[in-house]
Structure formats: structure tokens, C-alpha cells
Design a binder for this molecule. Structure first.
Ligand code: ZN
Length: 191
């Protein structure tokens, strides 16, 4: 292999590495946008609460499982909002809270308590916070051009521009692996 062939091959590798690195950032941005859209779609625009809890509708107290199941429970937002009545007839509500939560699930007939707890924990508030945290992690690990733009590296992981460390960095690969079942996921990103 001549020196020119060697350099050409090296340049080709670097271009591929840079393209991969940029692509995984785009892939993650798209997946996180989807997660955010889904979480926002779950928010009632009229009563935009984001924290969910299971409620016993008969007395408005937190629902308690019986024999490992919630029965007849209602999934509602923790946040409560003014209604037409509280807004227009405040004198009716002087000594009580007439505001209403958003009703996510009116009544769940019979729901395994473990599944119920999981649903409530993963309300929009949790998902949106995770999306935001992951976006910041992606930004910290987004590859930047080094060596006069000939190569890309993750400065947070402190990859030396001349090292053999492959791009994208391991942090981006771990984040992308969450979405490994997506058709755009590439197997070479496996951490
Ligand atoms: Zn990194």
C-alpha cells in the first residue's frame, strides 16, 4: 500500500466515523422528539397536569390495592385546575376546593397493582424530565470536529483525536440502545 493509498483509506474511515457520529445524534434527537410528542399528547390541554395518581372515585383518596389489584380506580392528575364554576361562582367554593384534576382514565375495572403503579410513575412529568436530561447528555457528547475538521471526537469523553477510540462514544451508544428496536437503529451502535 502506497502512502497515498494509506492516507486515502484513513480519510475514508474518518469520513465514515464522522458520518456515523452525526447520524447517531440525529437518531437520538428524533427518538427523544417522539418521546416528547407522545408525553405531550397525554396532557389534557384544558387541565394540563403532568403528574398522575390513582384515585378511589367514591371518596377522592389515593386508591389502595386489594389482593394485588386496583378495582374501579380512576387515573387523574395530581394537579387540579379551576373550572367554569370555580371561576364564575367563587362564593360557592369559599370553604372547599372546587377545582378538578384532569381525568386520564375514568375507571379501570381491574388492574394489577404493579402495572398501575408503573403507569402512574411514568406520567408525562417523568417522561419529559427524562427527555430533557437525555437531550443534555447528547449535547455533552455530540461529536465536535477536531484536527482542522478532519476528524470528530467527543470532548466530554476526552477521546484523543489521534486515538483509535471509535466514534460515536460509548455514552451515545448506550442512549441509542434504548431504541434498538427502531428500524433506523444500526447494529454497529450496539454498546
Ligand atoms: Zn462521549
Amino acid at each position: 500500500m502506497t502512502i497515498v493509498e494509506f492516507l486515502r483509506a484513513r480519510l475514508h474511515e474518518d469520513e465514515e466515523a464522522a458520518r456515523d457520529a452525526v447520524t447517531i445524534v440525529e437518531f437520538l434527537a428524533e427518538r427523544l422528539d417522539e418521546d416528547e410528542r407522545a408525553a405531550r399528547a397525554a396532557i389534557d390541554p384544558e387541565r394540563p397536569g403532568t403528574h398522575w395518581q390513582w384515585i378511589e372515585p367514591s371518596d377522592d383518596t389515593p386508591a389502595e390495592p386489594e389482593d394485588g389489584y386496583l378495582r374501579g380506580a380512576s387515573l387523574r392528575t395530581v394537579e387540579r385546575f379551576p373550572t367554569y364554576l370555580t371561576e364564575n361562582y367563587p362564593e360557592l367554593y369559599q370553604d372547599r376546593d372546587g377545582r378538578l384534576p384532569a381525568f386520564v382514565i375514568d375507571t379501570a375495572d381491574e388492574l394489577r397493582s404493579g402495572a398501575a403503579g408503573h403507569i402512574a410513575r411514568n406520567g408525562p412529568a417523568r417522561v419529559l424530565a427524562e427527555v430533557e436530561a437525555k437531550r443534555r447528555i447528547v449535547a455533552q457528547h455530540a461529536p465536535v470536529p477536531v484536527n482542522f475538521g478532519d476528524e470528530y471526537t467527543c470532548t466530554t469523553c476526552a477521546h484523543s483525536p489521534t486515538s483509535k477510540d471509535p466514534q460515536p462514544c460509548g455514552t451515545l451508544k448506550l442512549l441509542a440502545a434504548v431504541y434498538a428496536d427502531h428500524p433506523d437503529y444500526r447494529k454497529e451502535w450496539a454498546p
